[in-house]
Design a protein around this ligand. Structure first.
Ligand SMILES: C[S@@+](CC[C@H](N)C(=O)[O-])C[C@H]1O[C@@H](n2cnc3c(N)ncnc32)[C@H](O)[C@@H]1O
Length: 237
């Protein structure tokens, strides 16, 4: 039910998704994805999975930073988002090793230990059972593989927080609603960000499923947070 609501919402806003991302984040979203990909330790021949790939912006960045490796797979359950990803990725020279899969990130059609890196940007916020998602990502990583989770977050500083909430709860739903013709989606966005756990707590979830060497950093005054974790080479749990 929750999944259907989210899928329909993204199918619906897909045509305006990129434009609204750039506009509402003042193009910070591009910088945040760039930082996420930069932080990934990946040798050239790696296999990479981007979960909740949407319109493919993380995949484009992985290709741009030459981290796509042996093959690069994106999975998303909203066909309209995937259609736009295909348009973006298809003209790139690396498209022969790039694959898009329509499916649920919580029930992925891949064998365990298939990927050297898994990325998820602005996607885990939409998944209620985050621990289960992290467990699934852990199982799909090869030993030594890395997970990168990029997500919107709320700044800590009081005045900034006040300004942020004014923007987020009043201005953003109005602009987003107008341009996407889906006001509900841009009311859902702030609500889902507010529900997202503090970085320490999220790092704790990662630790509880087995990730080691967990690092996290706040980007642009805490408007986004990046977590990186490694699946240990030897089982140490
Ligand atoms: C905010 S968009 C992020 C897209 C992209 N990663 C980016 O950086 O712009 C969230 C995406 O997650 C997808 N999504 C949410 N829950 C999902 C799930 N359980 N399985 C697969 N895709 C999911 C939605 O369809 C949507 O395309």
């Amino acid at each position: 039910m929750e999944l259907d609501f989210i899928k329909d919402m993204f199918n619906n806003i897909a045509p305006r998704y990129d434009l609204l991302n750039r506009l509402l984040s003042l193009r910070r979203d591009i910088y945040w994805r760039r930082e996420m990909v930069k932080a990934l330790r990946l040798s050239n021949g790696g296999r990479v999975l981007d979960v909740a790939c949407g319109t493919g912006d993380v995949m484009v960045e992985l290709i741009r930073q030459k981290k796509a490796g042996k093959h690069l797979i994106g999975i998303d359950f909203a066909p309209e988002m995937l259609r736009l990803a295909r348009q973006k990725l298809y003209p790139l020279p690396e498209s022969d090793k790039t694959f898009l899969v329509a499916g649920n990130g919580l029930a992925m059609p891949f064998l365990p230990e298939s990927f050297d890196a898994i990325t998820i940007a602005f996607g885990i916020r939409n998944i209620i059972d985050r621990k289960m998602a992290l467990q699934i990502f852990y199982e799909h990583l090869t030993p030594g593989g890395s997970l990168a989770v990029l997500e919107l977050s709320t700044p800590r500083q009081r005045i900034l927080k006040f300004l942020y909430f004014t923007y987020f709860e009043r201005i953003l739903p109005a602009i987003g609603g107008f341009l996407s013709s889906n006001r509900m989606a841009y009311h859902y966005l702030p609500a889902s960000v507010i529900r997202y756990p503090e970085p320490e707590k999220f790092a704790g979830f990662m630790h509880s499923v087995g990730f080691k060497d967990i690092r996290w950093c706040r980007l642009t005054l805490g408007l986004a947070t990046l977590h990186i974790g490694i699946k240990p080479k030897l089982k140490q749990r």
